[in-house]
Design a protein around this ligand. Structure first.
Ligand code: FES
Length: 324
């Protein structure tokens, strides 16, 4: 389960993970690199809903990256990764990969799929948040769904911009000015037809703006969809973890993760990424409702409510009883 970069053929595909070869490297714009990933020797890769991501082994950590294809069966996946010099090394690892390197990735996971019954899809992207939106836009074009895309990027750093212009035509509006983008988002939220769903991915302030403006304008929550970068999670509400086997009660203050609170109480929990992507810190839940904030559990697993990724997820209720 540890992160791996080895010579071709030396990597084992354990726990259902995919062994992929870097078949191409494309520098989209300064700082953003696209990897083209294929099975060594070729062959179809699993299909996935638009907006899915894979969790890639990146040196000593695992990071989630959106797949930019439309999700139909194909022989290659593409991910675009922004180099984060102040990050924890995952993006730098990706930027060091070269054609022929072998990497391990999870199967695609879906947490940001389009709603097929939506009358119209309003896509809002900021910066590298364009990657799941490219997947959505491709699928919308393929299936002839009504959509539009509002994309804020830095001047000269709009990843996939030319590709999107060709794909979307006048359904794409690109901005380099944040105030102009936010004004356009507000105007779109104010007058799009009933039955529209909005999808947003990008920096936390942009997501917050969309969610708050939509709520202010009366949008039902189920028509507002956000894809967050896990490192940007808010502090969350305090709650108490009840350890069923010992009867211990562990307070989890706002700003402290459940994982950290357990560790400070002397309870060891396996972990790796501490960002909700690798799946190492899964803890069984006996009662109470987890507040899922990870990128690991499937929608079905989330709905079951019997497990929590304790590095990032919290509790809806005041108490969460864990099978520890
Ligand atoms: S430590 Fe990786 S998901 Fe929690």
């Amino acid at each position: 389960m540890t992160a791996t970069l080895t010579a071709p053929g030396a990597l084992r595909a354990d726990d259902g993970r995919l062994v992929l070869e870097v078949a191409g490297v494309v520098d989209e714009v300064p700082g953003t690199r696209t990897l083209v990933l294929r099975r060594p020797g070729g062959g179809l890769l699993p299909a996935h809903p638009p907006g899915s991501h894979v969790v890639l082994d990146c040196g000593d950590r695992r990071n989630a990256y959106s797949l930019t294809g439309d999700g139909s069966p194909c022989e290659e996946y593409r991910v675009s990764v922004l180099l984060c010099p102040d990050g924890e090394g995952g993006s730098a690892f990706v930027h060091r990969l070269a054609v022929g390197d072998i990497v391990s990735a999870s199967r695609p996971r879906s947490a940001f799929a389009p709603v097929s019954t939506a009358r119209h899809h309003l896509l809002v992207a900021g910066g590298i948040g364009i990657t799941p939106m490219l997947s959505h836009a491709r699928a919308a074009v393929r299936w002839r769904r009504s959509f539009e895309l509002l994309y804020r990027h830095r001047p000269g750093a709009g990843a996939h911009l030319d590709e999107l212009r060709g794909l979307c035509g006048d359904r794409l509006t690109a901005y380099t000015s944040t105030p102009e983008m936010l004004a356009a988002v507000r105007a779109a939220l104010a007058d799009r037809p009933l039955g529209t769903h909005v999808y947003v991915c990008g920096p936390t302030p942009l997501i917050g703006f969309v969610e708050e403006t939509a709520a202010e304008l009366g949008w039902p929550g189920e028509r507002v969809h956000a894809e967050r970068f896990s490192a940007d999670l808010d502090a969350g509400e305090p709650f108490t973890a009840v350890l069923a086997r010992s009867g211990s009660r562990v307070p989890v203050p706002s700003g402290t993760s459940l994982l950290t609170a357990l560790e400070q109480a002397g309870v060891a929990v396996p972990n790796l990424c501490r960002q909700g992507v690798c799946g190492e810190c899964r803890v069984p839940v006996r009662s109470g409702r987890p507040l899922h904030r990870d990128l690991y559990l499937s929608e079905t697993e989330r709905a079951a409510g019997d497990a929590v990724m304790c590095c990032v997820s919290r509790s809806v209720d005041d108490e969460l009883e864990l099978d520890l």
